[in-house]
Structures are given as structure tokens and as C-alpha cells.
Design a protein around this ligand. Sequence first.
Ligand code: HEM
Length: 506
Amino acid sequence: MAFNLPLIGPISALSIFGLTIGATIIYILLNALYNTFLHPLRRYPGPPLWSTTAIPYTLANIKGELPFRVLAFHRKYGPVIRIRPNELSFTDPEAWDDIYGLHSGRRQNPKDASAYTPPMPGVERGIVLANDAVHGKLRRIYGPAFTPRAVEEQSGMVMKYANLLIEQLKRAVEKEAVQDMSAWYNFTTFDLTGEFAFGEAFHCLENGGQYHFFLTTVFNGVVTGLRMMQFERYGLLTALKPFIPKSAMKPKEDMDQYCKELVDRRLERGYDPSTNDVFNYLLQNKDPEDQLALDDLYENAIALVVAGSETTATLLTGTTYFLCRHPETLKKVQREVRTAFKSDEDITVKVVNDLPYMIAVLCEALRIFPPSGFGFPRFISAEKGQMVAGHYLPLKTVASISHHAAYRYERNFARPDEFIPERWLPEAPAEFANDKRGVLQPFMVGPRGCLGKNLAYAEMRLLLAKMLWHFDFELADPADEWYEGLKAFMLWEKDLLKVRLTPVER
Ligand code: HEM
């Protein structure tokens, strides 16, 4: 016995290990065979390896390349393609409502949670991933803070940050003409979203254009969260957690922690009749049904900051870049803004809605550089399956529309890789007559569409109009191809955008 034990021990362990590996390989092979020859989606075109296993999709997602790969596949295989064994990607405008809309006789198609940053542990009432009943309630609770009227009431606050951006940027330009516009837009939208949500800015602008640690934390936290969820796709997150280095989890933990502090501080201040921030709406609502637990307030605070700041800043950075790369378009939009007003004071949240060419520029920026570039995957929930853009999808199939792919696809837009705002004008040149404008849905459609759309429009229009009125701008390095090589997760990983600014003398 004493002789045998050490021998049997290692042999048994080795055998078990070998058996496990063997069984895993057999499982993967059988699964691949099933996905290729028997799966209900087997007849849909797509890259063969991606239809066989989800691994290439997951790797592309982790590397921030998924939207680019999906576009390349649409260009090769057509408008409806298989990008994971169980997922179809669409590009037709009608697919928006079919996948994301609300239809009588069936419930909403639920989100694929593995595409999102995980919520704080134990939280089920975060607006982004809540179930339908809780989500409906959250939209009712948060909705009043986002109506067109509520946003109009906040126009003074939007104006305050637009003016602060211009004032601080002018000061900075006196010292150094070349500025990183990606950072300045981030400072502005974070400050603004902080005040909009909690009545407390991050003071990036007031401090002369300085990063608050929370800005980088938010982006890193979201990307870490997304990468973590890629493991969860295979049910591995819990098993692997002990092996993930603490430093890798830190950005997400820091983001959660700081949001808690923000919420705690705001709750301490309580209801404040002098402000209109989102928390005031929550604190004003005394209906016992509508009271949220502290953890839910924390989680939703993160959702607001992430959804509200990175997105708008990304759009403005992209708009500035594409305008710099197209000096004729830049001149045209400058002319529109500079002739529409007599003075800076005339530029208000309301009147910037009457600048058709500038609005066309922003539409084109949303098309060519949508702040959320990837496709938000949804599970088909109808027991008997449903039709999406004329195709039958069985229950539990995943369906998505990749913003980047649908907006750059030649069957939807003529000259899709070119920045041509004219395509959005009522008198668009004939070559754009067949553009499928309805496919552009950067804020999504249906009950889970963007809650902050009204605020986003007010911000982007006012900030861009003010920038165009006050500054001439060009790329510091005219050959800078800022866009090339960016990574696209749910948000874009932006590089510095170095722009030479010259204040306009009047
Ligand atoms: C250009 C700017 C923006 C774009 C392109 C954008 C885009 C989106 C998209 C695509 C979604 C849906 C995500 C999903 O299906 O999971 C979304 C949701 C959301 N957005 Fe925005 N967004 C922008 C600005 C804002 C702003 C300024 C706010 C508020 C401060 C905001 C707040 C939200 C919230 C709270 C949700 C979750 C809605 C829900 O699940 O019911 N967004 N946004």
C-alpha cells in the first residue's frame, strides 16, 4: 500500500487531466460539427470559422476589432450574416424595429448580458440590464429628468459648460496653440453630465482643463468589465476570478467606488429646490413604489455617467477630426454658423436647431463615427421564433445590427467611407437618392433606446456651434490619420486629437 499510493496518485491525476482534456476536445469538435452541419442557422452565409465556434468573435471583441471585422464580413457575404454560431448580424433598416422594437403579442427581445460591463455585485436594478418590469419602472422614475421640457430647463447649465469650454480653451491657446480636443470634449461632457446627474461637476474645465481621475477610470472600467464578460460567455468568470490579477480588476472597482461616493454626497445634500439635477427628480418623487435601494442608485449613477459623457465627447471629437480632414466642409459649416448670429450671446440651445448644414455635419459624424460602434445583441424571445428583415429566426437566436457595419455598408449608403454631410440635406445630390437614411439609429430604437437623446442633441449642437464661432481649427499634423487604428468596444478607445486652434478676431 505504502509503495502503491504515490504511484497511483500521480497516474490517476494524470489520467483525469488527460480525460478532461480529451473530453473537452471531443466536445468542441462535436459542437463544431453540430454548428456547421445541423444548426438552424447553418444556411446563413458568413466566415466559416466564426460560424463554427464563438472563439474568433470573442477574441475580436476583446481586442476592440469586432465592428471592423463585422463590416468586412458584410461586404464579403451580404446583408445578413452569421457572426457567431448562434448570432446573425443585420444591416437592413427594418431590422431595427424587428429586433429592438416593442411588438404586441411578444415580450421585448432580452439583451445578451455578456456584451455588457457587469453590474455591481448583487444589483439587479441597473437600467441597462434590468428585466422588463424593473426597466419599465426605472424609465418611469428617471424619465421626467430627460423629457424635452426638462432638458430645456437645463439649457442654462448646458450653456454654462459650453461657455466655460470656450473661455478655458482660449486661455490654454494663449500658451499653446495645439490642444488635445479629445480631452477638452471629455472634460466638458463629464462636467456637464456630473452636474446634470448629481448637481456636481468634476471641475475639469474650472481647473483649466485637467483630468479628473474618474475620467480615465470610467473608460478603463468599462473596457475591463467588457473583457471580464467575455469569460462569462463560457461560464468561466467565477472559476477564473481567483487567477485574474487584482490590478486588472482595479479600474472597474475604482469606477464603482467613486460612483458610490458621488451618490452618497448627493444624498447627503438631499432635495434642493434650486437645482434640476436627476437626483432632484428622484428625491422629489415620494411614491413608495418608486423608491430605489442604495445599491440601485449606485449602479444607475454609473450608467448615467458612462452613457452620458463618453458618447457625446466621442461624437464631438470625431466631428472635429472629420471636419479638419475636409477643409471645404469645415469652411461651409463655419460660414453657416458665423453668418447666422450677430454675437456669441445669440447662440442658444434653441437656435442651434436652425442650422441645417451643421446638423447635417453631425448626422454624418454619427454615421461615420457612431459613438457606440458595435452591435447590441438581443435574444429572440418569441416561443415560435420571429421574422427579422424578412428572415425567420428561431427562439434564442441572437440578432444584432452593428452600427459601424450598417452605416458603412455600400448597400445602405453611396460612398460609405467618405464624410459627405450633403447626403443629409433635403436637396441632397442625386447620387445619394438611394441612401437608406432610416438605418441611422445611433441612439437605438424601442423601449431600451437612449434616454439621454434630447440632452445629447442639445449638447452636441451647442458645443459645436460655439467651437465653430470662436475658433478656426486644423490638425496639428495635417497627415494625422487619427481615426485609423482606433479600437472599438462598446465605446471607442480614443487617441489624443491634436488640433491647432486660432481664436477668431471680431
Ligand atoms: C451622442 C450621444 C449618445 C449616443 C450615441 C447614445 C447612444 C445610446 C445607445 C446606443 C443606447 C442603448 C444601449 C443599449 O441598448 O444597451 C443608449 C442608452 C442610454 N443612454 Fe445614451 N447615448 C448618447 C448620449 C446620452 C446622454 C447624454 C445620456 C444622459 C446623460 C444618455 C443616457 C442613456 C441611458 C440612461 C441609457 C440606457 C437607457 C435604457 O436602458 O433604458 N445617453 N444610449
